[in-house]
Design a protein around this ligand. Structure first.
Ligand code: ADP
Ligand code: ASP
Ligand code: MG
Length: 453
């Protein structure tokens, strides 16, 4: 193998049915170059269905949980029947039967709580990627590729944080090289499930929702790939969420910094953790559309240049809670901020946006699992107000901090809207603010109209 490999990651919508699987195999065959490395998500809706089945089993009805998966087993079966020859269809259907048996056993264990639930949850949800990757490998073979399914759990070693496990980089890098380099030398095409990994004890872990993008980036970094391709159902990163504004259009290039802000603040098209391994190894990331494979999509690179109006895209995240802590006595004193942050650290709660005044601090949280405990502790520092039902809007573009008049243009465009919190200047690429959830769509449409139409 002389050329550098390319990692090609296909999201759930790119493998939603037989037609989509076939399209993917053709993209790999025609655009994968000399050494494609393929990563796939679970078929669309399967991860959600597995999580629902887990919840039903947890409530004490493993049988109903398992029955609810029937439709999805049938979807896998239908794809195999449509696209595979006799021999590989038989092999795949045997695999599917085994998976059913194992899942039924796991859901029983969930009902009886015979192992830690977090551990069982990851074991259950991993079947989405296990089944889709096996199926895709078989379909790639029938498309003439020398494909081989590889269990990603053997390559990606993580800590024990079930549900959003963190990879142990050095060992993961070594495992990936050890397993994949010789295979690529032999001209084989590895096909792997994204999202799934394992810890030192060999138990299955997962990298967090949308984590297949992260798997792709880890593989790309370890193998020194020429490009990490994220194939999805839209043509690249768009100027805003296309479900809010149908006029959204493709952004041609983004810098790593811009892409990281967009991903973190809700542009679901890229998992936030995808960017770091790419940055660390200067690997370009391309976001492209499996239904329009000839389109270039969006390139994410070290540098992206400025756009005419400085703004590249508008991201948003709903379900945000604001906490306001006021303490006339404490705020100006040493150690107040440190005491505040320690509380969030202790309860493993991430702060997204923060803003301070003379006597108060306002901050936003996305995850409120530990909210009650956090608030109880914060009350030792001052008065605490909690405000649910907000949304963060993040406007992204290189050079935003330096461009005069831009903030005033943004806020005059939405002057009727009440803005609860603003953060500008911490990074040179974003302007972030918080509005009520009910207003978010209207605000984005107005801003998109002003800056992009
Ligand atoms: P996949 O299954 O391929 O991983 P995702 O559903 O995770 O796909 O991400 C793609 C979706 O992200 C798009 O269908 C789109 O609705 C949504 N999205 C939100 N914001 C953006 C944006 N700025 N650009 C592109 N897509 C976006
Ligand atoms: N299947 C997983 C999910 O739905 C991972 C992914 O698709 O990236 O979250
Ligand atoms: Mg995704």
């Amino acid at each position: 193998m002389s050329a550098k490999p390319i990692v090609m990651k296909f999201g759930g919508t790119s493998v939603k049915d037989a037609e989509a699987f076939q399209r993917v195999a053709r993209i790999v065959a025609t655009q994968g170059g000399e050494a494609p490395v393929v990563v796939t998500s679970a078929m669309a809706r399967v991860t959600d269905a597995l999580l629902d089945a887990f919840d039903v089993a947890k409530k004490g009805d493993a049988v109903s949980g398992f029955t609810s998966l029937g439709e999805h087993f049938d979807r896998h079966k239908a794809v195999a029947e449509e696209l595979l020859n006799d021999k590989s269809r038989k092999a795949y259907l045997a695999e599917l039967d085994l998976a059913k048996e194992e899942l039924s056993g796991l859901l029983m264990r969930v009902e009886r709580r015979s192992l830690p639930l977090q551990m069982l949850r990851d074991a259950v949800v991993s079947y989405g990627e296990q089944l889709s990757s096996r199926l895709l490998a078989e379909i790639c073979k029938s498309e003439g590729l020398n494909a081989r399914q590889i269990d990603a759990r053997r390559l990606i070693l993580t800590d024990d944080e079930y549900g959003s496990a963190k990879p142990v980089w050095e060992e993961t890098e070594e495992l990936i090289k050890l397993e994949l380099e010789s295979l690529l030398e032999n001209g084989e095409v590895p096909v792997m499930g994204g999202f799934i990994a394992s810890n030192r004890a060999g138990e299955t872990t997962t990298l967090g929702r949308g984590g297949s993008d992260y798997t792709a980036a880890l593989l790309g970094a370890a193998l020194g790939c020429a490009e990490i391709q994220i194939w999805t159902d839209v043509t690249g990163v768009l100027t805003c969420d296309p479900r809010i504004c149908s006029e959204a259009r493709t952004v041609e290039t983004l810098s790593y910094d811009e892409a990281a802000e967009l991903a973190y603040f809700g542009a679901k098209v890229l998992h936030p953790k995808t960017i770091q391994p790419a940055v660390d190894h200067s690997i370009p990331v391309r976001v492209c559309n499996s239904r329009e494979p000839a389109e270039r999509g969006t390139m994410v690179l070290n540098e992206s240049g400025l756009s005419a109006n400085r703004i590249k895209s508008i991201a948003h995240k709903t379900g945000i809670t604001i906490l306001r802590i006021s303490s006339a006595r404490m705020l100006g004193s040493y150690g107040f901020m440190s005491a505040l942050f320690q509380i969030f650290e202790r309860f493993r709660t991430v702060i997204d946006v923060i803003s301070t005044s003379e006597v108060s601090v306002a901050l936003t949280l996305d995850n409120t699992d530990q909210l009650e405990k956090v608030v109880t502790e914060l009350e030792r520092l001052g008065d605490v107000e909690v405000e649910h039902g907000n949304a963060v809007i993040c406007i992204v573009g290189e050079g935003l901090r330096e461009s005069s008049g831009l903030a005033s243009k943004v806020f005059s465009t939405i002057k009727e809207t009440n803005i609860s919190l603003i953060s500008h200047g911490a990074s040179s690429v974003n302007l972030t603010f918080v509005v009520s959830e009910d207003e978010v769509k209207g605000v984005i449409r107005k801003l998109h109209g002003e800056f992009f139409d």
